[in-house]
Design a protein around this ligand. Structure first.
Ligand code: ZN
Ligand code: ZN
Ligand code: ZN
Length: 151
């Protein structure tokens, strides 16, 4: 799908949720869509500042990323401290819980939707130690197709 279409979808989702899709936000999301692998807030700050005369501070990029996470346009990968664009950016359906598989070799990350059976099993094992599941996101590490073919 064309990047402009993806950005248009993102803008619509923001507007529906009552959030503004400013030029700065648009720019940062575009850089993340174009990225081949997950990026840190610092990477995104640098990318933005390379192409814009009016510089942005990392703090402001963090705030923008938090906004995107809330809008479910972007996900954070906590163990890497990096961000990826949601793979359902252009979808109309509501967002399910997700997890990620991250390539140990090249750092590529793929989002996988959690099916209800898996969510239920996680809930059960979490409650077996007296906890309640709040955020089911996690990361698994492996080798992507490209990297496993090389070895
Ligand atoms: Zn997602
Ligand atoms: Zn989807
Ligand atoms: Zn790889």
């Amino acid at each position: 799908m064309l990047i402009d279409n993806l950005l248009e979808h993102a803008a619509q989702k923001c507007q529906q949720a009552g959030g503004r899709f400013t030029d700065k936000r648009r720019n940062i999301l575009k850089n993340l869509i174009n990225a081949k692998s997950p990026l840190s807030a610092y990477d995104l700050t640098e990318l933005y500042n390379q192409n814009n005369d009016k510089k942005v501070q990392p703090m402001s990029v963090y705030r923008i990323l938090d906004f995107f996470i809330e809008m479910k346009l972007v996900h954070k990968l906590p163990t890497l401290n990096k961000y990826v664009v949601c793979s359902h950016l252009s979808c109309q359906h509501s967002h399910q819980d997700q997890y990620f598989v991250v390539c140990k070799s090249c750092g590529d990350a793929q989002e996988i939707s959690m099916n209800s059976k898996l969510t239920q099993e996680l809930n059960e094992s979490v409650s077996s130690v007296g906890f309640q599941l709040v955020d089911a996101q996690f990361e698994l590490f492996g080798l992507c197709k490209n990297c496993s073919n090389q070895s």
